[in-house]
Design a protein around this ligand. Structure first.
Ligand code: PHE
Length: 337
């Protein structure tokens, strides 16, 4: 009787094993068969009821059954246990793998890299200067009269009477010319700060690339040629552009360069205020007065300078209409580039 029962239990046990798919279901089966109140214990209890002479054999077969079930479960457990890490954390090998996001360069860095590579190709080197500047470099040596409105508290973040956060990269022109004699042909990228209300069009911090070329006989035609060549390489060969007269204290004559609006392609829209044109940079011939500050001979040398906002340059290329998105680190924006 007990022997038959043993066989039956074994059969059921093997059936149950078919549905096993993790360590938890193994444990449930162990409790069902081998637990203190499990089926096998029940059989051991029945030993008491059988005739004495049958006991040794029945006991032996029950022991065998218990050992067999135990080793089967152990075997199964170790096959599932392969997913177990040393620290004891379980790994579910059936889960799909985790995706790792590979970082990429910020669009401003990419834009600057491209600008640098275009100007390097035209013989320009790259210099940088400090963001914390003195009034002398940011204004005075650039020929700003003492009462010029750009010195007003509204535009400039003053740190003290003499120090401020630079409002443009033009002070690096002065620092570069102080360090070396002509010829100088360099671009100077960096952050600049302006005390302006933050809006879609302006931010309190942004980036500029300054350019400076000083040598004997540098002409305005060369300035135009260089900038047009840059713009064509950056925006494409079919680019339309124009130069408008403008004013900067440190250049004379001065101009601003416009390109056709990226939204309406020149027919007039809200972004270009119906003009069809968008300004991309300021430029001009270095004012002889600036040469006096750095001890360059204004009779011997001429030069040109230009300055462009990197955000603006990127906005026009990629059709970005709000400058704030560059600094919000919104992944949905950043991953588009
Ligand atoms: N520094 C000027 C600005 O921030 C741009 C500029 C640079 C103009 C060099 C002329 C020459 O607007």
């Amino acid at each position: 009787m007990l022997l038959e029962k043993t066989e039956e239990v074994k059969k059921n046990f093997l059936n149950d094993l078919d549905s096993v798919n993790d360590n938890e279901s193994i444990e449930n089966i162990r409790i069902k068969y081998l637990g203190r109140n499990g089926i096998v214990s029940g059989l051991f209890d029945k030993l008491k009821e059988i005739p004495k002479e049958q006991k040794p054999e029945a006991g032996k077969s029950l022991n065998l059954l218990r050992n067999e079930l135990t080793s089967k479960l152990e075997e199964l457990k170790s096959s599932f246990g392969k997913g177990k890490k040393e620290g004891g954390i379980e790994l579910d090998l059936s889960l799909p793998g985790r995706k790792y996001h590979i970082g990429s360069k910020h669009i401003l860095t990419q834009t600057l890299d491209e600008i640098k590579s275009i100007f390097r190709g035209m013989g320009f080197s790259v210099y940088t200067g400090p963001e914390l500047e003195s009034d002398y470099y940011n204004f005075e040596a650039l020929n700003f009269p003492p009462d010029h409105p750009a010195r007003d508290m509204q535009d400039t973040f003053f740190i003290s009477d003499d120090f401020l956060l630079r409002t443009h990269t033009s002070p690096v022109q002065i620092r570069t010319m102080e360090k070396m004699p002509p010829p100088v042909r360099t671009i100077m990228p960096g952050r600049v700060y302006r005390n302006e209300a933050v809006s879609a069009r302006s931010y309190c911090m942004f980036h500029q690339v300054e350019g400076l070329y000083v040598d004997e006989d540098v002409t305005f035609a060369e300035l135009k040629g260089t900038l047009v060549s840059f713009a064509r390489q950056f925006y494409g060969e079919d680019l339309k552009y124009r130069f408008r007269p403008s004013f900067f204290p440190f250049t004379e004559p001065s101009a601003e360069m416009d390109i056709t609006c990226f939204i309406c392609k020149g027919s007039g829209c809200k972004v270009c205020k119906q003009s069809g044109w968008l300004e991309i940079l300021g430029c001009g011939m270095v004012d002889p007065n600036v040469f006096n500050y750095v001890n360059y001979d204004p009779e011997k040398y001429t030069g040109y300078a230009f300055g462009m906002g990197i955000e603006r340059i990127a906005m026009l290329k990629y059709g970005i209409t709000d400058i704030r998105v560059f600094f919000e680190n919104d992944f949905r924006f950043l991953k588009q580039f």
